[in-house]
Design a protein around this ligand. Structure first.
Ligand SMILES: NC(=O)c1ccc[n+]([C@@H]2O[C@H](COP(=O)([O-])OP(=O)(O)OC[C@H]3O[C@@H](n4cnc5c(N)ncnc54)[C@H](OP(=O)(O)O)[C@@H]3O)[C@@H](O)[C@H]2O)c1
Length: 303
C-alpha cells in the first residue's frame, strides 16, 4: 500500500474536518498514524493536527499521493459528489484505499472511484462524536461496522483496531437498516428524553426542573439497560398491562405525541410478549394503544 510509514501504520488523509473527521484524525494521530486533514475553509483543529484548505470543487488536496488510506469524512449526501470530484482528477491510485464513514451507505457510495482501481469501503464507528477532543477516549471499546472490497476491509479493520474500536463485518445492503438501529439507540433516545422534558413542562415544571427531575430516572433506566439489556429492563404500564393508564395518557397527549406514544407502545408490547405476557393481556394492551381518543381531551386542551 502507498504511503506506508516505517511503523507500518498507513498515512491517513481525511477530507472533511467536521465532528467525525477531526475526532478520527485526532484519535489516529494519537495512535501513531501520520494524519493529513483537508477542508474547504479554515478552522481551528486540536494539536497535533494541522488543516490544509482548498476549494470544495477542486480536490484533491496536494497531499493525496502521500496517503495510504483516504477517508471521506463529509456528510452522507456529499460522499458521492466528493468521490466524483476525486475521480475526475484521476489522483487516486490503485494501491490506495478510499473509505467513507457513513453508517447508512456501503462501498457503492464510492462507485465513481471504481475506475481508479483503489480499494473502496466504509468504516462506521458506532459511537456519537460531538467534540473531537473526546473522540480518542470515546472510540475505545466502541464497535465499528466495516464493509467493502477485501483490501479496504483489511485497512479499515487495521485503523479500527489502532483506535481501540472493535470492528465487525456487515453486508453493504444491510447498512441502512443497521444505521436506522443506531439512530434509534442514540439520536431518538435523545429525542424521547426531550419529549419527556416537554411533557413535564406541560405539567408545570420549568425546563431546568423537568430535566433535573428526569435525570435520576434516565440514569436508573440506563443502568438497568446496560446491566440487563432491553428485554429485562422494560417496566411501566405496557409491561404491567395497565390498560386504563395507557388510555389516560393517550387522551391527554397531542396528536403527534399520541402517535409516537402508540408506536413506541406497540414496540414495548413486543418486548412484554417476549417477557411472557399472556395473550389476553397483550390483546387488551394492543386494543388500548389502538384506541383514538376524543380530540377535545388532547394535550393543551382545557378540560
Ligand atoms: N458525528 C458522528 O457522531 C458520526 C459517527 C459516525 C459516523 N459519522 C459519519 O461521519 C461523516 C461526517 O459526519 P460529521 O458528523 O462529522 O458531519 P459534520 O460535522 O457536518 O462534518 C462534515 C464536514 O465535511 C465538510 N465537507 C462537506 N463537503 C465537503 C467537501 N466537498 N470538501 C471538503 N469538506 C467538505 C464540512 O465542511 P464545512 O464545515 O465547510 O461545511 C464539514 O467540516 C458522515 O458520513 C457521518 O455519517 C459521524
Amino acid at each position: 500500500m502507498g504511503g506506508e510509514r516505517l511503523n507500518d501504520r498507513p498515512t491517513v488523509g481525511i477530507i472533511g474536518p467536521g465532528r467525525a473527521g477531526v475526532g478520527l484524525a485526532l484519535a489516529l494521530a494519537l495512535a501513531g498514524h501520520e494524519v493529513l486533514l483537508y477542508g474547504r475553509r479554515k478552522k481551528a483543529v486540536p494539536e497535533p493536527l494541522t488543516l490544509t484548505v482548498g476549494p470544495a470543487d477542486s480536490p484533491p488536496p496536494a497531499w493525496i499521493a502521500q496517503a495510504g488510506v483516504v477517508i471521506l469524512a463529509v456528510r452522507d449526501d456529499a460522499i458521492r459528489f466528493l468521490a466524483e470530484s476525486l475521480a475526475r482528477t484521476g489522483a487516486v491510485r490503485p494501491d490506495q484505499v478510499v473509505l467513507h464513514l457513513s453508517g447508512a451507505q456501503g462501498q457503492e457510495a464510492l462507485a465513481p472511484l471504481l475506475s481508479s482501481r483503489a480499494a473502496l469501503g466504509s468504516l462506521h464507528p458506532l459511537q456519537t462524536i460531538a467534540a473531537a477532543e473526546r473522540a480518542p477516549e470515546r472510540l475505545k471499546g466502541a464497535w465499528a461496522a466495516v464493509e467493502g472490497m477485501p483490501r479496504a476491509v483489511q485497512a479499515a479493520e487495521g485503523l479500527a483496531r489502532a483506535l481501540g474500536l472493535r470492528p465487525f463485518h456487515i453486508p453493504s445492503e444491510a447498512k441502512p437498516i443497521y444505521h436506522a438501529g443506531a439512530v434509534f439507540a442514540s439520536n431518538y433516545f435523545v429525542v424521547v428524553e426531550a419529549v419527556a422534558q416537554r411533557l413535564l413542562r406541560l405539567a408545570g415544571l420549568s425546563d431546568a426542573e423537568a430535566w433535573q427531575a428526569l435525570r435520576p430516572l434516565v440514569a436508573g433506566t440506563f443502568d438497568n439497560l446496560t446491566g440487563q439489556g432491553p428485554l429485562a429492563a422494560l417496566t411501566g404500564p405496557v409491561a404491567r398491562g395497565d390498560t386504563a393508564t395507557l388510555r389516560r395518557h393517550i387522551e391527554r397527549l397531542s396528536r403527534d405525541d399520541a402517535l409516537l406514544y402508540r408506536a413506541l407502545g406497540r414496540a414495548a408490547l413486543e418486548l412484554a410478549r417476549e417477557q411472557g405476557m399472556d395473550e389476553t393481556t397483550a390483546l387488551a394492551v394492543a386494543d388500548a394503544l389502538a384506541t383514538d381518543p376524543p380530540p377535545v381531551l388532547r394535550q393543551g386542551a382545557r378540560t
